[in-house]
Design a protein around this ligand. Sequence first.
Ligand code: ADP
Ligand code: MG
Length: 263
Amino acid sequence: MAAKVYTIASGKGGTGKSTTTVNLGTSLALLGKKTVVIDADIGMANLGLLLGLERSQITLHEVLSGKAEVSEAVYEGPAGLKVVPCGISLQGFQNSDPEKLQEVMKTLSEDVDFMLFDAPAGISKDGVIPLAIADQVLLVVNPELSSMADSLKTKILTEMLGGEVGGAILNRAGMERTEINKQKVSDLLGVKVLEMIPEDPNVRRSAAFKTPIVIKTPNSPAAIAFQRLAAQLAGTEFVEPTDESRAREGFAGRLARVLFGGK
Ligand code: ADP
Ligand code: MG
């Protein structure tokens, strides 16, 4: 069965693409879906860092430079998630041929249900190819006008390339006291907002533990939103956590705050 391929993009850096890729991928794996996440941000890779795989010797760089087979660059992540991390050296980036990403996709799609590409910011060649090869591009936007403008540009570019935008994810909702809400995003971008991920200090904490928030604090607000999004993509029903489990999370959250700081 061929995989459903998504590219997690935004245009702008720092909107939450890598966070979304890791947590959506892990949530799909937790639902029992065979899932692979690929760090296609080959110039500024950090998916491996978020999953504790930063020391991997064979990465997407080696695959895109013809030095290794795709299968050699696949590592095991949380909940059985498959991960293709990318190296961080400038030389690795220079030696990589982004055109080879399509082959990578074909090879990996043979035995997974879902494939998620973490796209780079910007519109250079390495940024454009993931937009063109996915079944659907998901735009991660923040509630700021600059983020909207860049995402709109990414949407137009995707369509020019013959790709398709499947929807937007409004991340860090509540970060600013702006009037930008789900409806505004949907009107501005002309796409459906699939989910709103709230600003949540647990995101940063779980990153420090190199563990996805959906594993570390699964009942925290952002984790719940990521799981709801995964259920939507997988076509399964999401069972909202009970108040009791949220309260337990509350204690863990308070403890984490005492130990690691934050709001
Ligand atoms: P990108 O891959 O688009 O550059 P990242 O996923 O690396 O963005 O996120 C950028 C920063 O924002 C990281 O420090 C991350 O921990 C933080 N972040 C992302 N989403 C949230 C959120 N919902 N709540 C709080 N912090 C977030
Ligand atoms: Mg990133």
